[in-house]
Design a protein around this ligand. Structure first.
Ligand code: NIG
Ligand code: FE
Length: 402
């Protein structure tokens, strides 16, 4: 997997695979690639024998809501009774209940919790992860979440790419004036930039949350301040968020479960990456898993992600999402591997450092208990990692050696 990417359209179906390969790593960087036979005459201070296992780039997770307080297991019963996601939100639950919990959770506790979830992501083969704020909805707590993500990045071996999602829901006190709330969030842009707390700005464009015109105005202000743009678009209702992502030159449009035909065409003709979240469709009990198949067929670049969060997709296991992408989005294994490595890296501005194994790149490498790359989406719901290497260091090893 050595493509520079983003890998678009039918190229997503062409995977570079080496057999009997060896990789040379010096410090944190890949410095040599060849055959095992060629490697056998080289000197190395440490040799890790993959013993015929599949070896791939570390997975890149391009969309998570990593930092949050509390949990929402009690909402599961409401969902079973058929109460829709957006109605739970309208009643002050859903995102808003996590907002209350996050506001009330001290910084250190949020940090511990984030580190715990990062450990679990690492164990599942993820080596780079995007993390959004958005459970503060006020200055203090949004900044607290972003600080937690920054400190987690410093403390944890995984690399974290931070996104400001202050525009994630309308707080109850702004129910009748969402624009005033967006203005308040805009006021944080300078501080976030100066303190290097986020690279991207994101918004939830959805019925009952923020409209397309409101989102356009907000994202344009973010762009002026030098942020890259992301957008939670066309998740439940097809409002035209995909088209907006393309219009504004967003680095990614995320969800895109119900994108229009026109939106698919525009995406295919753009540099915006479609980040598809089929685990969210599964977890919300939706019939629409996203139109990734049509997007790739039209020529777009697609990434996939867990959308890890306490409400609409509660899993750190990107391997499970790879299986859902195979079964429900009808993506091929080759497309899926590109979607969780090189394209995911491009969706978070890390296309030059993460998502592929090539000389000069960081040594982010996973050794899998699997005979080939088809195997991971096929054998679903469990963790297949054997050894996870981040920046040249082993950060996870399966304990028994059976
Ligand atoms: O990406 N759609 C909006 N936001 C999140 C869900 C957040 C939550 O339910 O807590 C998402 O699905
Ligand atoms: Fe999300």
């Amino acid at each position: 997997m050595d493509k520079k990417g983003p890998v678009k359209g039918s190229d997503m179906g062409e995977l570079t695979v080496w057999r009997d390969a060896a990789i040379g790593v010096k410090n944190d960087t890949v410095v040599w690639i060849g055959s095992s036979e060629e490697a056998s005459i080289l000197e190395a201070s440490q040799i890790i024998d993959a013993k015929g296992r599949l070896v791939t780039p570390g997975l890149v997770e391009p969309h998570t809501h990593l930092v949050f307080g509390g949990s929402r297991e009690k909402e599961m019963a409401l969902k079973q009774q058929g109460v829709p996601y957006l109605e739970i939100l309208q009643q002050g639950g859903g995102i808003l209940s996590t907002v209350r919990a996050t506001q009330n959770t001290p910084y250190d506790e949020l940090l511990e919790k984030a580190l715990f979830h990062l450990d679990r992501m690492a164990m599942h083969g993820i080596t780079t992860v995007e993390a959004k704020s958005g459970y503060g909805l006020n200055r203090e707590t949004e900044l607290k979440q972003l600080q937690v993500a920054k400190e987690a990045n410093e403390q944890h071996p995984l690399d974290i790419v931070s996104t400001f999602l202050g525009a994630h829901a309308i707080p109850p006190e702004y129910k009748d004036d969402p624009e005033a709330f967006l203005d308040e969030m805009c006021e944080l842009f300078d501080e976030i930039k100066e303190e290097n707390l986020a690279e991207f700005v994101d918004i939830f464009t959805e019925t009952g949350v923020f409209s397309v015109p409101q989102s356009r105005k907000y994202l344009l202000k973010a762009k002026e301040k030098g942020f890259g743009l992301k957008i939670h678009a066309d998740e439940i209702d097809p409002l035209g968020g995909t088209e907006l992502a393309v219009e504004l030159g967003a680095i990614s449009g995320d969800h895109l479960a119900v994108t229009s035909d026109e939106g698919i065409q525009k995406l295919a003709n753009s540099n915006t990456i479609g980040v598809i979240l089929p685990g969210t469709s599964f977890y919300l009990g939706k019939d629409d898993y996203g139109r990734a198949r049509e997007m790739i067929d039209a020529g777009a670049a697609i990434a996939i992600s867990t959308d890890f969060n306490p409400g609409s997709s509660v899993t750190e296991n990107l391997q499970l999402i790879m299986s859902i992408a195979a079964l429900k989005l009808k993506l091929s294994p080759e497309e899926i591997w590109h979607a969780v490595t090189v394209n995911a890296a491009h969706a978070i501005g890390r296309g030059n450092v993460a998502g592929s194994i090539a000389i000069g790149r960081k040594a982010d490498i996973v050794m899998w208990d699997a005979p080939n790359y088809l195997y991971i989406p096929y054998h679903y719901g469990v963790n297949h990692t054997n050894t996870v290497i981040k920046n040249g260091q082993v950060i996870y090893e399966r304990q028994t050696n059976r």
